[in-house]
Design a binder for this molecule. Structure first.
Ligand SMILES: NC(=O)c1ccc[n+]([C@@H]2O[C@H](COP(=O)([O-])OP(=O)(O)OC[C@H]3O[C@@H](n4cnc5c(N)ncnc54)[C@H](O)[C@@H]3O)[C@@H](O)[C@H]2O)c1
Length: 258
């Protein structure tokens, strides 16, 4: 799908990766409506992006994804997320419940078999979904959950009639406030602060928001990869991957349901 002229709804756009994704989409000619709980930052982002891309092309609405419903237009990007192991129920609410709710609402709104005009649903997940990460078990549970949810919908044989496509967008570590706010031993946002710091300080591990946003645009190149995961990698090496079960002896043992 070419984002030019398309209407986009994006959550968590006031700052960080969401803001970067909006700039990438606006630069391709999309119109973006975004929401966030950070009202001042949201308004400032709206003003800056309106100045850069035109007052008619980007709009902000205050909205908490855990207690509001919303519809979508052609493209829905459920991006809002938190990393806070000290508040695990909120983490599930924002990263899993609200992303599922946003996806279901977007699907209802878009599906052609019920009068919609089709569309694309993108959820921001995480590049560490291939792993188990001991310092953020709840965060990982939410991200693994979203992969299971999306890839299962994508395999639904009725999806072609619905005209809706799915994309699991999995950024690598990206230099945002989410990472910085967890980089405080007293915050309790991660379970094992030293391990978290060690991962973040591996040379070259953390990408810039701009680099992540540029990789995001590759999602719009039409590929039949709805049940795969788009893994962001450095130096333009991003691509689609699939997960599979492997026996402890290393032999693949996949059970598929088609
Ligand atoms: N930064 C990373 O290294 C990284 C890596 C992989 C995936 N991600 C994912 O990317 C997404 C964006 O993360 P980020 O790093 O840009 O974080 P961020 O904190 O910089 O931005 C997240 C935005 O979501 C908003 N938000 C949080 N809760 C909300 C709610 N209930 N309702 C509406 N908006 C809400 C915040 O106010 C903020 O503006 C998240 O889903 C995160 O899990 C981040």
């Amino acid at each position: 799908m070419d984002p030019c002229g398309k209407g986009v709804f994006l959550t968590g756009g006031a700052r960080g990766i969401g803001r970067g994704l909006m700039e990438a989409l606006l630069s391709k000619g999309a119109k973006v409506m975004f929401c966030d709980v950070r009202v001042e930052t949201g308004k400032a982002t709206e003003a800056e992006l309106q100045q850069k891309f035109g007052a008619d092309n980007v709009f902000f609405r205050e909205c908490d994804v855990t207690d509001s419903g919303f519809g979508a237009v052609d493209i829905c990007v459920n991006n809002a997320g938190i990393l806070d192991e000290s508040n695990w129920e909120k983490t599930i609410e924002v990263n899993l419940t609200a992303q599922i709710r946003g996806s279901q609402l977007a699907l209802d709104h878009m599906r052609r078999d019920r009068g919609g005009r089709g569309g694309l649903i993108i959820n921001t997940v995480s590049g560490i979904v291939a792993l188990s990460v001991h310092f953020c078990p709840v965060y990982m549970a939410t991200k693994h959950g979203m992969i299971g949810f999306m890839t299962s919908w994508a395999k639904n044989p009725k999806m072609k009639d619905m005209g809706v496509r799915w994309r699991c967008f999995c950024p690598a570590l990206t230099d945002t406030d989410l990472l910085k706010e967890a980089n405080d031993a007293d915050s309790g946002k991660v379970e094992d602060f030293n391990a978290y710091q060690a991962l973040c300080s591996v040379e070259g591990a953390v990408m810039s928001v701009d680099e992540t946003a540029q990789e995001f645009l590759k999602l719009f190149q039409d590929q039949d990869s709805d049940d795969a995961i788009f893994l962001v990698r450095h130096n333009g090496a991003s691509g689609y991957v699939r997960r599979q079960l492997v026996d402890s002896d290393g032999v693949s043992n996949i059970v598929t349901v088609d």
